[in-house]
Unconditional design. Structure first.
Length: 227
């Protein structure tokens, strides 16, 4: 009589409720990983660029003009931050908008002050307020003070395809006398420069050009007030 070979029976382990829960959690985790959003895009940082790379040998030495004190530029509202702002003049010019993926490396007032300081320093010594106070104590003379207030700094759109960098600031020159500080002169400057493109990069180029033009006007105006 033939006796058939016995086939061993493989017993599969029973899944406990805890095992089923772990398996379900793992499946949910894998599914969640597949649906995770991409990393947020980092905003592009802009400044005014390196400035002049060549020294102007014809410029008057700094000692030939009186020293001047340059405090921080005064600014209020949204201009105090690093957002790159624009206005839609053809829609509602009273509303300030901000580019989502573009920012200044520093607040515009700081960038403007540094650029102006570099320009003035070609013909005179430019001091911080604490440095001017030290000179006043040691030498008994007080340099003139140039105060600036930045009122507008935006990429202004006249139409969807036409825009400009718009800058508006007010300059006040103060001189110390026997009765205290007095206003020597005050002037407002408004400068526009066309933007090459209707986007953040074009706005930066236009605002940089407008800033350089305004700084040149301020420097010339200050030179006219020298005593």
């Amino acid at each position: 009589m033939h006796i058939p070979a016995l086939t061993p029976t493989v017993r599969r382990p029973l899944r406990t409720p805890a095992a089923w829960l772990l398996a379900g959690a793992a499946a949910l985790l894998l599914g969640a990983c597949g649906s995770l959003p991409d990393k947020p895009q980092r905003a592009t940082l802009y400044d005014f660029g390196p400035g002049g790379l060549q020294v102007n040998a014809a410029a008057a030495p700094a000692a030939q003009r009186p020293a001047i004190t340059l405090p921080e530029v005064e600014v209020a509202g949204r201009l105090d931050g690093t957002q790159l702002l624009y206005r839609l003049g053809y829609a509602d010019a009273q509303v300030l908008h901000a580019y989502g993926q573009a920012r200044w490396s520093q607040p515009p007032a700081q960038l403007l002050r540094q650029r102006l300081r570099d320009s003035l320093a070609q013909q005179r010594t430019v001091l911080n307020p604490d440095e001017a106070a030290g000179i006043a104590r040691s030498e008994g003379r007080v340099p003139d003070v140039l105060r600036l207030s930045l009122d507008e700094f935006s990429h202004y759109f006249q139409s969807p395809g036409q825009s400009a960098g718009l800058l508006r600031l007010r300059a006040t020159l103060l001189r110390n006398g026997a009765g205290g500080d007095r206003v020597v002169a005050q002037r407002s400057f408004t400068v526009q420069r066309p933007a090459p493109t209707a986007d953040a990069a074009g706005g930066v180029k236009a605002l940089t050009a407008a800033s350089d033009a305004a700084i040149a006007e301020v420097a010339q105006w200050v030179a006219q007030q020298d005593r």
